[in-house]
Design a protein around this ligand. Structure first.
Ligand SMILES: CC(C)(COP(=O)(O)OP(=O)(O)OC[C@H]1O[C@@H](n2cnc3c(N)ncnc32)[C@H](O)[C@@H]1OP(=O)(O)O)[C@@H](O)C(=O)NCCC(=O)NCCS
Length: 274
């Protein structure tokens, strides 16, 4: 191959996919071997991690993906999807608008949650008791980042986000069979305990915190926890966009037009006065 051809072929380098006319291989596997033989969660893992997970690992991953698909039109991502459709966007545009809402505060907190869980894990590995390490790392997070601990607290589900105990229960079962260690479920519960005790009221583990436990148990990096949440929520976003498309409705804002916001600016002044 000439130097120029190498320049061109090396412009993008990937370990993910190789293709030739009539041939597609993903992570070395011919596509025909994957189709019909691996599940979608196994495919997600293969694409993002490079290897095919065991059935038990893939099932745990799948449970996190199932849990986060939807949270109704009160969730900013779902509301954005429905509003986008009433403005004339297609499913692709609605999906793009809605996924952009998933950041640190809504749906994206799993990324930081995985980071905090590993801070606590590292601190506890120095011999400190888990509860003490948790308290110290919560203090550090609040001093260095924000007072809000990622993956905890909920506007709506108080005192318990029903998805969290179910997901942690599945982690416990997976720990019993040796699929995961159960360490991050332990850390998640320790955070929950410290926050509840400090606030004197429930600050429940939310869906980002619970799915982050699973992603951390399975060894996903923090940024992938956010990516996988987006993937999961995309299902709900598309379903709501499609339903709204079929219902019709044009140019719907966040509230019915008869409701208005609270105006807190200056009163009108007479610009003609002296
Ligand atoms: C989701 C969130 C915005 C809800 O906040 P909220 O509506 O203020 O929650 P609450 O009204 O139940 O808060 C109760 C108290 O707990 C505190 N609290 C709530 N979430 C907290 C958190 N994650 N860490 C520490 N304290 C928290 C509040 O500041 C409040 O304290 P106060 O009574 O002294 O004012 C907030 O919990 C948050 O930002 N969490 C972290 C990001 C996250 O996980 N997002 C995913 C949401 S599904």
């Amino acid at each position: 191959m000439s130097e120029t051809q190498n320049d061109v072929s090396d412009w993008w380098q990937t370990e993910i996919i190789d293709m030739a006319p009539g041939q597609i291989r993903i992570r070395g596997h011919p596509i025909g071997d994957l189709i019909g033989n691996v599940t979608f969660p196994q495919m997600i893992w293969l694409m993002t991690r490079g290897d095919v997970p065991s059935k038990a690992q893939a099932e745990l991953l799948e449970s996190a993906l199932v849990a986060a698909v939807d949270h109704g039109p009160q969730a900013p991502s779902i509301a954005a999807s429905r509003m986008a459709v009433t403005c004339g966007l297609g499913l692709n545009g609605a999906l793009a608008s809605a996924v952009n809402m998933l950041d640190d505060i809504h749906g994206g907190a799993g990324e930081q949650a995985v980071e905090l869980y590993s801070w606590i894990d590292n601190a506890a590995q120095t011999g400190q008791a888990l509860e003490a390490a948790t308290g110290e790392m919560i203090d550090r997070w609040q001093a260095e980042r924000t007072k809000f601990i990622p993956g905890f607290g909920h506007r709506f589900h108080k005192p318990v986000d029903p998805r969290a105990p179910r997901l942690l229960g599945l982690v416990d079962e997976a720990a019993q069979t040796g699929t995961v260690t159960g360490r991050y479920a332990e850390i998640g519960r320790a955070i929950q305990h410290v926050l509840n005790t400090r606030k004197g009221k429930p600050v429940p583990m939310n869906i980002d915190g619970a799915t982050a436990v699973i992603y951390a148990e399975l060894g996903f990096a923090g940024p992938l926890a956010r990516g996988l949440f987006c993937l999961s929520r995309s299902v709900g976003i598309i379903a709501h966009a499609w339903e709204q498309m079929n219902q019709g409705g044009r140019n719907k804002g966040p509230t019915p037009p008869s409701y208005r916001w609270t105006y807190s600016g200056p009163r009108p002044i007479d610009l003609k006065g002296d």
